[in-house]
Design a protein around this ligand. Structure first.
Ligand code: PNS
Length: 160
């Protein structure tokens, strides 16, 4: 069975990486799907840069590939014969956010969403929080994969 791990991943964190690796251990193939339109520059990193960083830090996971999609998730899963979405759940806040999306996606095409509880080490980790801490020079080591931490540092240096 194949699974999709969708998200904006701006940038990918160690918490995301943990979810990808655990998903890859349970499913035959995992697609990490970076959502968003590559023609529109919205975040800290372009869609291509986010995808390249994910490819770099997941190179040791043979049944994982990286793709991009700018439409409805269910259109991607239907077009690729995929029946499972996998997300990490950090807290009840994530649950409140994820529940309607999971129910809507299931209503649209019958695709199921599977939730993995985030490892306790990463329960407070989010891309936006890490970006804010890193922007002002705070220590995010261990919470971003090494190449991602370097890319974030370079990007903020370029900005200043
Ligand atoms: O990492 P994020 O930004 O929290 O991910 C949110 C994501 C990508 C899962 C959500 O925005 C999404 O599903 N986008 C694709 C568009 C879509 O299918 N929207 C309807 C969801 S019911």
């Amino acid at each position: 069975m194949k699974a999709v791990c969708p998200g904006s991943f701006d940038p990918v964190t160690t918490g995301h990486l943990d979810i990808f690796a655990r998903t890859a251990a349970h499913f035959e193939e995992v697609v990490v799907l970076v959502t968003g339109n590559p023609a529109k520059r919205t975040g800290l990193f372009s869609i291509e840069e986010r995808m390249d960083l994910i490819r770099e830090v997941t190179a040791d996971i043979p049944n994982l590939r990286v793709d991009n999609w700018a439409g409805l998730l269910v259109d991607y899963t239907s077009a690729h014969g995929i029946n499972a979405l996998v997300k990490g759940l950090r807290s009840s806040l994530d649950y409140e956010y994820e529940l309607p999306m999971a129910q809507m996606n299931r209503r649209l095409t019958g695709v199921d969403t599977f939730f993995l509880l985030t490892d306790e080490k990463y329960g407070y980790v989010s891309s936006s929080l890490l970006k804010e801490v890193a922007r002002y020079g705070g220590d995010v080591s261990g919470l971003l994969p090494e190449p991602v931490a370097k890319a974030v540092e370079v990007r903020f240096r370029e900005e200043n």
